[in-house]
Design a protein around this ligand. Structure first.
Ligand SMILES: [Zn+2]
Ligand SMILES: [Zn+2]
Length: 284
């Protein structure tokens, strides 16, 4: 059980503090019980600069966890590994596969992991751990592995350059931490859907309640019914802290803030969330 958890957003679509840079992407540093885990690496344009500005050393990571294979989560892998650390790297094998987004006209857009990241993972040898199913990353810190889909619609992304074969995004996973105050869930894009993601964490942990959820909820292209479904899942699980960032989208962020008031936290690169036994607060 983790008594001391700190989450720092290192890369996001928005910035929360001065001297930081924004990009469409996500990277979150998770410090739990003395272990340091980087969850996603953004596109790689801002990660190392923001980490330096925030005083977060990336050369002493214990682990890197990839939520899925899209470029905006995997672009910084090579840079981080070049810093010289020897973190273990947790990813679903499908994260390394081809991924495309459809444009109105071909050529469609390659949104998979950049070659440099793929090569860096190839050089990691047995430090690369595949996560088809739930996997312990550090004591009290887990990634979900594949998330069964019962609610989510089709991803809207593809596996082939012609955009004919839908990408089921089975690589999509979340990270969760078992703290004294409850489960803290960190999502990448939540392509599996926030409802199914939280259901999977509850199923794994045997706990219906979830204490906090931070990350991308992928509601930026969705309508109100999807925002409500996500809000219902957060409400049903009595989530006390909600930090929707990255691909959550303005409409869904506004909806969640209107529904959950001060339990919904404005975040962005530089935002730090601290969880200590019995005392938890967003900090900067
Ligand atoms: Zn994605
Ligand atoms: Zn994303």
């Amino acid at each position: 059980m983790i008594e001391d958890l700190q989450i720092t957003i290192l890369a996001d679509n928005a910035i929360f503090n001065r001297d930081l840079l924004a990009e469409h992407g996500l990277a979150i540093l998770v410090e739990a019980g003395g272990r340091r885990i980087l969850f996603d690496t953004g596109q790689g344009r801002v990660l190392t600069a923001n980490a330096a500005a925030l005083g977060c050393a990336l050369e002493t990571l214990d682990a890197i966890v990839l939520s899925h294979g899209h470029y905006d989560h995997t672009g910084g892998i090579a840079q981080v590994l070049q810093l010289g650390g020897k973190p273990r790297i947790f990813a679903h094998p499908a994260a390394l596969g081809p991924k495309f987004a459809k444009r109105g006209q071909p050529p469609h857009r390659d949104i998979g992991m950049p070659d440099a990241s793929r090569e860096a993972l190839g050089s990691a040898g047995d430090r690369l751990v595949t996560t088809e199913s739930v996997t312990e990353v550090a004591p009290g810190v887990w990634c979900t592995g594949e998330i069964p889909r019962t609610h989510a619609a089709e991803s809207g992304f593809f596996l082939d350059p012609a955009c004919r074969e839908l990408d089921p995004l089975i690589d999509d996973q979340a990270l969760f931490v078992e703290t004294c105050d409850g489960i803290v869930v960190i999502t990448g894009c939540a392509h599996a859907g926030l409802v199914d993601t939280l259901d999977r964490v509850a199923q794994i942990t045997g706990q219906d309640r979830i204490f906090a959820v931070a990350g991308g909820f992928h509601l930026m292209l969705s309508e109100r019914d999807a925002w409500e479904a996500a809000g219902n899942a957060l409400g049903r699980r009595e989530v006390q802290w909600i930090a929707p960032v990255h691909c959550t989208g303005f409409g869904a962020q506004a909806y969640l803030h209107a529904r959950f008031h001060s339990r919904a936290i404005e975040a962005g690169a530089g935002r730090r969330l601290e969880f200590r036994k019995g005392a938890h607060r967003p900090a900067n």
